[in-house]
Design a protein around this ligand. Structure first.
Ligand code: PLP
Length: 363
């Protein structure tokens, strides 16, 4: 088994689209080269299409999804502000931590793992927060939450949404749903290597950017003119040129297939994966009606693995079949598997291969 045969359903990174991999080898350009600037502009335009937004401030933050999270928080809250944060898995918890580090107050609204965000409880948590924050697609639990419902009642607050596992795989409408700030990551449904965090910011949110956010590197006041071309395209930090070329190509692959077709592929492969796992005697962890297509969370019933423990089964999948799936995080570690069918990994043949490989390992 060579490493090029790996099937990555871990759930992140997934297998990148071949176009995105090839673009990593393109000749280097300077970050102020007009050729690169036009490629960046086109990348941002492609991001607007997948985010379904007209937001001028839409670009890939230099850094992984968590850098997008920090940029989305440190520019908008600080001492004296309050953010109401939905916690229905690991990533909501991470947002609480980032909010607290800015000196703002985080009001965490804890949910049972496997459940979607309860908008009524979010509203009841505080009467006049600076921000509501939630995760659209919780990768730790396989749950999709209703962003439009939160957007409809956000009032004067900004609505921040983590779209790391939804962008490019799940229906996401930033403008229509009233999302003010959304960030993502390249290695999930976008089908690109890890390293960039697409971010989009509404004009309403731009008007509220802190004059001195508590981060130099992620300060949108300094980055905005370079990425949008609304002012001098001056040096702030060197853009990760190769990664932006790769994102440009990955987005090209998505748009060539068609955003709706890509979404349908993620849905149909995700459905097939859940059926295949139920067929093998596993159960579905996420609440019914809120199950995320590109990330299937699977509960392992007592005794289903016979004498094997779950980590051994995952190691054998990787060693003998080249297939990576994810274990559980936090309170569900050891009890849940997370199977990502994202980006180029969202293929029906991967469902067939995993079903066959697990059948063989489990006998
Ligand atoms: C993967 C993920 C992140 C973090 O992204 P990194 O690229 O690992 O920094 C944040 N939120 C969600 C929902 C994720 O799935």
């Amino acid at each position: 088994m060579t490493l090029t045969d790996r099937i990555l359903m871990g759930p992140g990174p997934c297998n990148p689209y071949p176009e995105a991999v090839q673009a990593l080898g393109r000749p280097m350009l300077g970050h102020l080269d007009p050729e690169f600037i036009s490629l960046l502009d086109e990348t941002n335009e492609r991001l607007r299409i997948v985010f379904q937004t007209k937001n001028a401030l839409t670009f890939p933050v230099s850094g992984t999804g968590s850098a997008g999270m920090e940029a989305a928080i440190v520019n908008f809250v600080g001492p004296g502000d309050t953010a109401v944060v939905a916690v229905n898995g690991v990533f909501g918890g991470r947002m609480v931590d980032v909010v607290q580090r800015t000196g703002a107050t985080a009001v965490a609204v804890d949910h049972e793992w496997g459940q979607p965000v309860d908008v009524k409880r979010m509203l009841a948590a505080h009467n006049g927060p600076t921000m509501f924050a939630m995760v659209h697609a919780e990768t730790s639990t396989g749950v999709e939450s209703d962003v439009a419902a939160m957007g409809a009642v956000k009032g004067d607050a900004l609505l921040l949404v983590d779209c790391v596992t939804s962008l490019g795989g799940v229906d996401l409408r930033v403008d229509e749903w009233g999302v003010d700030i959304a960030y993502s990551g390249t290695q999930k449904c976008l089908g690109v290597a890890p390293g960039l965090a697409p971010l989009t910011v509404s004009n309403r949110a731009i008007a509220r950017i802190k004059s001195t956010p508590q981060s130099w590197y992620l300060d949108l006041n300094m980055i905005a003119s370079y990425v949008t071309g609304s002012g001098a395209r001056a040096y702030h930090h060197t853009a990760p040129i190769s990664m932006i070329m790769s994102l440009h190509a990955g987005l090209g692959a998505v748009l060539d297939e068609g955003l709706e077709q890509v979404r349908e592929r993620h849905q149909s492969v995700g459905d097939a994966m859940k059926d295949a796992m139920v067929d093998l005697g596993f159960e579905l962890f996420a609440a019914e009606g809120h199950r995320l297509a590109p990330l299937s969370s699977i509960s392992i019933p007592d005794g289903r693995l016979g004498s094997l423990d779950e980590a051994t089964v995952r190691s054998r999948l990787l060693a003998d079949h080249g297939i990576e799936i994810g274990g559980g995080l936090g309170p569900v570690a050891g009890k849940v598997w997370r199977i990502g069918t994202m980006g180029h990994s969202a293929r029906h043949r991967n469902v067939t291969l995993l079903h066959a490989a697990l059948s063989e390992i489990l006998g």
